[in-house]
Design a protein around this ligand. Structure first.
Ligand code: AMP
Length: 281
């Protein structure tokens, strides 16, 4: 695996690859890699000639300084995992490489309402940071395909819109959520859960499953209230939201409709660690 920390060297390398008609598959990450990230990488390796993984803990997408500082950083193990998985290129820039002279260039981006609810409402500024960093990466790498996880479904939809608006050379591919045995969505943040909190965290997936089983027979608001109350009975869990939305545009739904693809999304703090998950139904 080749490791590039510098944009100029990476671009030089990529130009020769593209001249040789190699397709580029890009997996952006913030590191602390787990099987979820590796499944994105597998998809990139399956459908493109060259896989590029980036590891960059992007400060502009953290709305809480505490969360940024506590974000797990396990770079040696990440490099080992990537080597083992047969990744071709690791892009490992420092902050100055991505935001030279501390400049944080806002881009004029029309979210079409995708940033209004859920993560957008609970993490002000978060998606501006995501869009800023993805736009920068896409300008540098110009990949054929960018792979995004379903776990961050709202982020996936926003990145798809970003690509449609600004990066027509790229397409976005969504990869299903990788889960632990009890259904907990894999996440770098899971590393911060203590033993008890880890057990509680498994209840989020069970709650989504319950919603999926019952949403067509119950009033949506009653079912959401019931599930949130059940979860909040666990002293370690504090639910932020549980919402049903149209899968294509994230418009919130009052009622489930079997003919319409929808997504049920949850965010909760488990012992102060903020976790999100969703199911497409
Ligand atoms: P992160 O490092 O958390 O920014 O995630 C980088 C990419 O990996 C994003 O596209 C995430 O949606 C994706 N990802 C994170 N966790 C999972 C998971 N459990 N399954 C599938 N994709 C994931």
């Amino acid at each position: 695996m080749l490791i590039f920390k510098n944009i100029i060297d990476l671009k030089k390398f990529l130009v020769t690859q593209v001249e040789n008609s190699k397709s580029l598959g890009f997996v952006p990450t913030m590191g602390a890699l787990h099987q979820g990230h590796l499944s994105l990488l597998e998809s990139a390796k399956d459908s493109c000639d060259i896989s590029i993984c980036s590891i960059f803990v992007n400060p502009t997408q953290f709305n809480e300084k505490k969360d940024l500082q506590a974000y797990p950083r396990t770079i040696e193990n990440d490099i080992y995992q990537l080597e083992k998985a047969g990744n071709d290129i690791l892009f490992l820039p420092n902050e100055n490489e991505i935001y030279p002279d501390g400049e944080k260039p806002k881009i004029e981006f029309e979210y079409n309402g995708l940033d209004k609810e859920m993560e957008g409402a609970y993490r002000p500024g978060h998606f501006n940071g995501v869009v800023m960093v993805l736009h920068r990466f896409l300008n540098i790498l110009k990949p054929d395909v960018m792979f995004m996880g379903q776990k961050d479904y709202q982020q996936y939809l926003i990145s798809k819109k970003l690509v449609e608006d600004f990066h027509p050379e790229t397409r976005v591919s969504m990869v299903p959520t990788a889960r632990e045995k009890d259904g907990l969505a894999m996440s770098s943040r899971n590393l911060r859960l203590g033993e008890q909190a880890r057990m509680s965290a498994g209840k989020l997936y069970a709650a989504l499953q319950k919603f999926k089983t019952e949403y067509q027979n119950k009033e949506n608001s009653d079912l959401r209230k019931e599930i949130i109350e059940e979860l909040n009975q666990d002293p370690l869990i504090e639910v932020e939201y549980l919402e049903l939305a149209e899968a294509k545009n994230l418009k919130l739904l009052d009622k489930g409709n079997a003919n319409q693809k929808s997504v049920v999304c949850i965010a909760a703090k488990v012992d102060e660690i903020r976790l999100i998950d969703n199911l497409i139904i």
